[in-house]
Design a protein around this ligand. Structure first.
Ligand code: ATP
Length: 196
């Protein structure tokens, strides 16, 4: 499941969770891996210096300061964290799909990191930019300019939605829950043994 910042991915994914579908949130997992994955921790320390960790835990403030306004450094960090997160997500997905009809990975970037190739079906969550901006400013302590800058780093929303297998409109034009229920039925059918 993907969609732009503030499109409502987490909100929509939580509805799937209430239906018993396992959901993994890439952002949360990336944060966990930066604290727990020995190889990733070693790579981050090697490239960024020992200050990146304090008592074995990621010094988030310090690392954030290092990559802030430094695109090559941010790219370097992403080049370490994304592959580890994608690998871990693939392992999780394999484990979950052995036990459940299907499972969902929620990530703001799927096409950008080529993680899309590992997934059978991509759900897009759509909301127009003005609404996304309004929601994020209501949720985070961010400035309008900082949010717009983060949005510029992601691929265009219309292009992204065209690459998805199904789109959930979270734009206040259509009720979300009926869309989730209908997609859930479709995914259960696709996951059934009659549709290998
Ligand atoms: P991010 O990419 O930043 O993690 P997201 O795509 O996961 O964002 P959410 O966190 O689900 O988006 O939603 C952004 C904000 O908008 C949240 O505060 C959420 O409660 C609110 N929101 C999302 N969908 C709706 C909706 N249909 N009605 C009202 N508020 C909503």
């Amino acid at each position: 499941m993907t969609g732009g910042i503030g499109s409502g991915k987490t909100t929509v994914a939580a509805i799937f969770e209430t239906l018993g579908v396992p959901v993994s949130y890439a952002d949360t997992e990336a944060r966990r891996l930066m604290n727990e994955d020995p190889e990733l921790k070693e790579a981050i320390s090697r490239h960024f210096g020992v200050e990146a960790y304090a008592e074995g835990k990621l010094n988030r403030k310090w690392v954030a300061g290092q990559v802030f306004n430094d695109p090559p450094k941010l790219e370097l960090l992403n080049s370490l964290v994304h592959p580890a997160t994608i690998r871990d997500g693939a392992r999780w997905m394999q484990e979950m799909t052995g036990r459940y009809p299907y499972a969902i990975r929620e990530a703001a970037i799927i096409f950008e990191t080529r993680a899309a190739g590992q997934l059978d079906f991509i759900i897009g969550v759509y909301a127009p930019l003005s609404l996304r901006l309004h929601r994020i400013l209501g949720r985070d302590h961010s400035t309008r300019e900082a949010v717009l800058q983060r949005m510029r780093n992601q691929i265009d929303e219309d292009i992204k939605m065209r690459l998805c297998d199904a789109v959930i409109r979270n734009d206040e034009q259509e009720a979300v829950i009926p869309q989730v229920l209908s997609l859930h039925q479709r995914l259960l059918t696709l996951a059934s043994p009659a549709h290998p």
